[in-house]
Design a protein. Structure first.
Length: 351
């Protein structure tokens, strides 16, 4: 059973409660992150120097999220630098890997399925195998914004999830050539999770001070859905129901890295399956569990030869905006049992 926690209070307090609840998993994730830095020749002094301008902009633009990260560091007993890196991983990846090899390691697959009166959003969280087993669920209750129900990789703010207005959001990596020092994309993604409609979502994703971008798939009660693509300097809203990691809008694509074959393969297969998949929990789980793509599968399993840095699916998420219900399968959707969560006092209902 996936561990879950309800947090409330100030941003710092909520972070501290998350840090304490997930302290062991955060320790595992921090150990992987430190190994990643060592493998790529980055020491802590250099990391601190690289992250300082990102922190400065974040303190000016989204200070409450910086405070939540500080709280997580305190609650888990880990240095703030490690938690700041966990929430700026893709910015540092862009510096130490993307700038060297020029080929993005792109991650995550999202779909929206609809029928009259029912909307389903499915998301596979594709990341490094070194973080396998660090997934939890948090009900993040803010004093000045909607509550957010979200799966998290321990040590990071929620990047995907469901808010109490019924907005559901998936987030996918998107690598571009215009990245700059600014608010890390993970903080922007958490900011977007409070959106109440597509216009609000686009405005939040299009935060002017952002360092880089993501592609997002958003769904709202009544079947309203959209994809949003952002880089540091471009943004577009699209009427598509499947997305992976390469830009589909021509303006955004002009500043993005060339699409990876894995992203193309997963998108092609997601489109093929979505055309005949029923908008039900079982239907979207079957889609997320698929292993029959022509290249990289939607349900990615680790390559033992690549060790902790192999891509894999860490969890699958399914959200139903109309009922404000979320299901999570820790690990792979093809083998993990879906566990149900909602916004009521019990939060966790069944497996």
């Amino acid at each position: 059973m996936v561990k879950s926690v309800r947090v409330a209070g100030t941003p710092y307090d909520r972070g501290a409660q998350m840090g304490e609840a997930f302290a062991d998993a955060i320790g595992q994730s921090v150990a992987f992150n430190r190994g990643y830095l060592a493998n790529h020749g980055l020491d802590r002094d250099h990391l601190s120097t690289l992250l300082t301008p990102y922190l400065d902009v974040s303190n000016a633009s989204l200070p409450h999220l910086v405070e939540q990260i500080r709280g997580m560091a305190e609650g888990s007993g880990q240095p703030f630098l490690d938690l700041l890196f966990a929430n700026s991983f893709e910015e540092i990846y862009g510096i130490v890997e993307l700038n060297v090899v020029g080929v993005p390691v792109e991650r995550c697959t999202d779909v929206v399925l609809r029928s009259p009166g029912r909307t389903i959003l499915g998301h596979n969280e594709q990341w490094y195998a070194g973080d396998d087993g660090t997934v939890g669920v948090v009900l993040d209750v803010s004093d000045d914004g909607p509550a957010v129900l979200a799966p998290v990789v321990a040590g990071t703010l929620p990047l995907v999830g469901l808010n109490e207005m019924g907005g559901a959001f998936g987030t996918m990596s998107l690598s571009a050539t215009d990245e700059r020092a600014g608010v890390p994309r993970a903080l922007v993604a958490r900011h977007l999770l409070e959106a109440g409609n597509p216009d609000d979502a686009f405005n939040r994703a299009n935060l002017q001070e952002r360092a880089g971008g993501y592609s997002y798939l958003c769904a709202f009660p009544g079947g309203d859905a959209c994809a949003i693509e952002t880089t540091a300097t471009t943004a577009a809203r699209l009427a598509v129901d499947e997305h992976t990691n390469h830009a589909l809008d021509s303006t955004v694509a002009a500043v993005c890295c060339d699409p990876s074959e894995g992203s193309r393969s997963r998108l092609d297969r997601a489109r093929e399956l979505a055309a005949t998949t029923a908008p039900t929990l079982d239907g979207v789980v079957a889609l997320l569990s698929d292993h029959s793509a022509s290249g990289q599968n939607i349900c990615v399993h680790p390559d033992p030869t690549k060790g902790a840095e192999s891509p894999t699916v860490l969890f699958a998420m399914v959200c139903e905006p109309e009922t404000k219900t979320m299901w999570i399968a820790p690990g792979h959707p093809c083998t993990g049992a879906m566990e149900q969560f909602s916004f009521n006092a019990d939060m966790h209902h069944s497996s």
